[in-house]
Design a protein around this ligand. Sequence first.
Ligand code: URP
Ligand code: ZN
Ligand code: ZN
Length: 465
Amino acid sequence: MSVLIKGGRVLTAADDYVADIYVEDERVTLIGESLDLAADTVIDAAGKYVLPGCVDPHTHLDMPFGGTVTIDDVESGQTSAAFGGTTCHVDFCIQPHGSSFADALAGWQAKATGKQVIDMGYHMAVTDLHEGGSLEELATLPDEGVTSYKLFMAYKGALMVDDETLFRTMEVAADTGALVMVHAENGDAIDVLVKRALAEGHTEPRWHALTRPPETEGEATNRAIQLARVAGAPLYVVHVSCKEAVEPIALAREKGWDVWGETCTQYFFIDSTHLDRPDFEGAKYVYTPPPRDRSNHDVLWNAVRTDTLSAISTDHCAFLWDGQKTLGRDDFSKIPNGGPGLENRLQMIHHFGVRGGRISLNRMVELLATNPAKLFGLYPRKGTVAVGSDADLVVFDPERKVTIEAATHHSRSDYNLFEGTEVQGTPDVVLLRGNVLVADGELVAKPGIGQFVRRAKFGQELRSH
Ligand code: URP
Ligand code: ZN
Ligand code: ZN
């Protein structure tokens, strides 16, 4: 099967040029001027950008959480990703308490089988090193292509781990070539604040933010950085939301330590006042860390521009407002934490980041595709446009205007965090390994086309086979 993409403006993290791209057997085999080759499919990309398929390093599909299960399973979540130009993601496999890591992975893979629309990998979220998985078993995962360990420093009584578990996992990562990821908030302090707020009769969504002050994120970020330094492990801080967490990451990176951070689309646009929206609409914006004061928006744009933060993910963790978010009508701590976003990352960052003059097109590609691929062992198979790389490609129309809305998005969520936002620039055609996934506003490929990717160990490259 061959594809010829004609005359597009090819964008990578480093390059920007007009060329034709030829694809055979799922890979890019030739890039050049005016290629005169026969192909099964020819795509006219004149006036369009050709980007590498975006890589989302932070999603939660079909995940039991907050007394319910996220509303997007692998099929609906990945369909929504495909429409947004994301062709590979790394989801969190959460170790159930008392379970081995092998059982956890088998359970997560069973939920994905036959439903995959894009390629994917897993991070292992370690919750229990005592009665469940052992350090020895944890050490075997990178050889299986699961090359990142995630630890939650918050969600006390559910996913949170103590510092011993955090530190021991970091020591294993230092030995095995895994990257450690942390959800950095001080879960003990937050637990005290939440209980006190409820005891004082505060039940509304705004208390979600008031009980998770930015200092609790800053403290945990710094703690994780210092412990990773002692353990000798590389560290990636997820969903950085505020200045208090950006600062310790900036300091560590200035010192040349192996520390990286991501933020998520929503943290540039949504602020704590959204939680005050009437008629319990504020619950739509209950995700963690919470929407912050607006002053943090510029802090985050500056951090992604200067490489203090190296990636933008979605933290897609979708729920219905009606029936799931409403579980917390009388108690903000019972509102399931999370929001949808897989579909709109590229549109939002292109429109407000690139068109808004905040970042370059190359930096956009680096933040949404190249850096996530490099950090999570997918590069150069994913995350760039190059001869030999998987033909995961997005033909992006920079002029077409769309209005983001739940009525037309592909997540099963009944709301969109960016409802009503008009953006200029959206994917036209999306290819996964040379197969057309999305064209003319339709999902062309069938679920099952996506594959599990065995990722390379931290710092190593992954080549197409
Ligand atoms: O609110 C969020 N972010 N839900 C997903 C779980 C997590 O903490 O990433
Ligand atoms: Zn988190
Ligand atoms: Zn998350």
